[in-house]
Design a protein around this ligand. Structure first.
Ligand code: B12
Length: 206
């Protein structure tokens, strides 16, 4: 049961109400990451309703659109510029997966904190990760995955990076990622929320 009115509003696809609540919460000084968290919880409920057949693909698409509009309002608050260059980070959503809303939040946060983020987009093949890490000499790569069916492409990308002997830490993130997945695919870190990703980056670059 969702108790947060914002989580509920996005789960019920009430676009106007969602945007109104996002603006109101920002104005009253709520941490933008807390707002993202409420939206994320509501979207997980949309996912559940899709799984049980109560919602269809059109509702998933609609929910994605509402999130995008919410992110337009939140972006300036997440990606304030620190003007302080900390280093390069490569990031992308793995091959076969086109979910990018979560990854984009991570990108905004990292950029706001002063990292130069090389965002490879979605459906990224392993070769592209390897090439971008070599070109940028990035000490950290982030990989996003939401589809369980894409766990193999996540593992293949990490295997390819290891096979090249690149000196890079791998951080993975997404809705179902946990310690077990991290161990299975051979990543160094995992994060279930964008803020955790930023903490990991700060640890590595610190
Ligand atoms: C919106 C949505 C879509 C949108 C995506 C729009 C977009 N531009 O991204 C659309 C409609 C395109 C879509 C398509 C599909 N989807 Co979809 N989708 C969702 C939904 C409802 C929300 C995802 C989301 O954006 N959440 C909000 C963001 C903010 O949260 P997040 O992604 O988890 O990201 C946060 C953290 O995980 C973390 N994070 C994420 N990535 C990374 C990376 C790093 C490095 C770090 C540090 C952190 C991090 O930080 C983020 C912010 O805190 C989920 C439900 C769910 N439970 O997640 C289903 C869900 C992921 N989709 C699902 C499915 C099945 C599909 C489709 C196959 C449907 C279909 N039949 O076509 C297609 C697949 C297309 C493809 N090839 O990828 C399933 C996957 C099930 C599974 N076991 O694999 C889910 C779980 C729904 C469900 N329960 O059935 N989907």
């Amino acid at each position: 049961m969702l108790t947060d009115t914002l989580s509920k509003a996005i789960a019920e696809l009430e676009e106007e109400q969602v945007l109104k609540l996002v603006k109101e919460r920002l104005e009253s000084g709520v941490d933008p990451l807390e707002i993202v968290n409420s939206l994320q919880q509501g979207m997980a409920e949309v996912g559940r309703l899709f799984e049980t057949g109560e919602y269809f693909l059109s509702e998933l698409v609609m929910c994605g659109e509402i999130m995008k509009d919410s992110m337009d309002i939140l972006e300036p608050h997440l990606s304030g510029s620190s003007g302080n260059y900390k280093g390069n980070i490569v990031i992308g959503t793995v091959k076969g997966d086109i979910h990018d809303l979560g990854k984009n939040i991570v990108v905004m946060l990292l950029k706001g904190a002063g990292y130069n983020v090389i965002d490879l987009g979605v459906d990224v093949p392993k070769e592209k990760f390897v090439e971008a890490i070599k070109e940028s000499n990035a000490p950290l790569v982030g990989m996003s995955v939401l589809l369980t069916a894409c766990q193999d492409s996540l593992k293949e990308a990490i295997d390819a990076i290891r096979a090249e002997g690149l000196d890079v830490k791998v951080m993975i993130g997404g809705n179902y990622i946990d310690e077990v997945v991290k161990e299975h695919v051979g990543a160094d870190y995992y994060a279930k929320a964008a803020g955790e990703g930023l903490k990991i980056a700060d640890e590595i670059f610190g």
